[in-house]
Design a protein around this ligand. Sequence first.
Ligand code: SF4
Ligand code: SF4
Length: 435
Amino acid sequence: MPYFGFKGGIHPKYNKEKTSGKQIEKFNLNVGDEVVIPLIQHIGAPAEAVVKKKETVKRGQLIGKSKGFVSSNIHSSVTGEVVNIENAPHPIMGSVPSVRIKVTEIDDDFVPIDEVSKFQDKVLAAGIVGLGGATFPSHVKLSPPKKIDYLIINGAECEPYLTCDHRLMVEKTAEILKGAKLIQSELEIEKLIIGIEKNKPDAISAFESLKGEYDFELIPLEVKYPQGGEKQLIKATVNRVVPEGKLPLEVGVIVHNVGTCLAVYEACEMRKPLLERVVTITGAVKEPKNLLVPIGVPVGKLIEACGGPLGNIKKIVMGGPMMGFALFNLDTPVMKGTSGIIVYRDTDLPDLSMNNCIRCGRCVEACPMGLVPAIMEQFSVNEMYERLSEWHVLNCIECGCCSYVCPSRRPLVGYFKTAKREIMNMMRQKKDAAK
Ligand code: SF4
Ligand code: SF4
């Protein structure tokens, strides 16, 4: 299959060199440390706590039960005692109900998930969600109502700074492939494609070396942001366009992140629940690292584990610099969707003072969804949401390419995020009123 590419996109400075060659290290907790595990770490309904204060829990034990089809189970990442059920800081929602657990024993074993026969039930039992950042419950994505003919494994990792997927692809190649093959055979998908950006030649070689053992096609991808966006990856690899407001399954495709494939393998072959993940901690820290972190460890502890900050911290971002979220509290815990922690000093940040739009058109050229951000901005500022809908703002993937290239530093993506939220609320209200 040739590389078909996609329109738009940008080439930001990648800044991956500090951690791309760093092997994954285990982050170790001590007896007496505490983790705070949010009951909502996924898209959909929050999980319901099934443990109580002072209860003893084992590593891997279910502590939050999924509520409804679009929801996910939550497990304890440590063996310890439940200190409290309380609100913990969350980068988007402010605070969310969470289970605080004090470590009483360092335990490498885990409570296995229940023995169930159906593939999707194993994925549900293990609490697997999309680990590329979308956190959509995987058992839902793995229950397509129609025939799928392409499974695409997303190894693009196009966000600057992040290298957690890169390291997984180098160090856990066979396990990722086994997880992908399980998905492929369970859903009877004809073709398996693995897409990896060309700036990860060691990851490409690692997969190439297993070509004799597993049947798949590897497509080296152009290094361009947002190459790992689901719609962009589908266009670039199989030349199909996902219609506005639709999911990839509409065009016969399912996309899964490499970390999700590993989690599927561990759930199905080892009965292991999702209780830890790899996080890249980088930027202005003394020793940037890729750490395997139990879910619920506060971000401040990870910065300490990397030798502490280099100079005065001005900003901390959870996720990548393009689509991540600024943190206001170092107690914010690592969640299933946390791919990175990036620490910035004053001198690392660009000047964000805003000027008037000069109608240069750069935002239009950069938009990978074919939108017209300069015009959409005018409607956003004036809260003209119906007009914005006509200009397809709901198709915006919030990639930030438009803001990145704007010479006038207009905060375009911020406007579109707000506008999308407002439009969705209005649509919900209309639907409720019609009931
Ligand atoms: S944030 Fe939205 S409008 Fe801006 S470039 Fe990305 S998709 Fe286009
Ligand atoms: S890139 Fe900025 S200045 Fe240029 S047209 Fe778009 S909003 Fe205006």
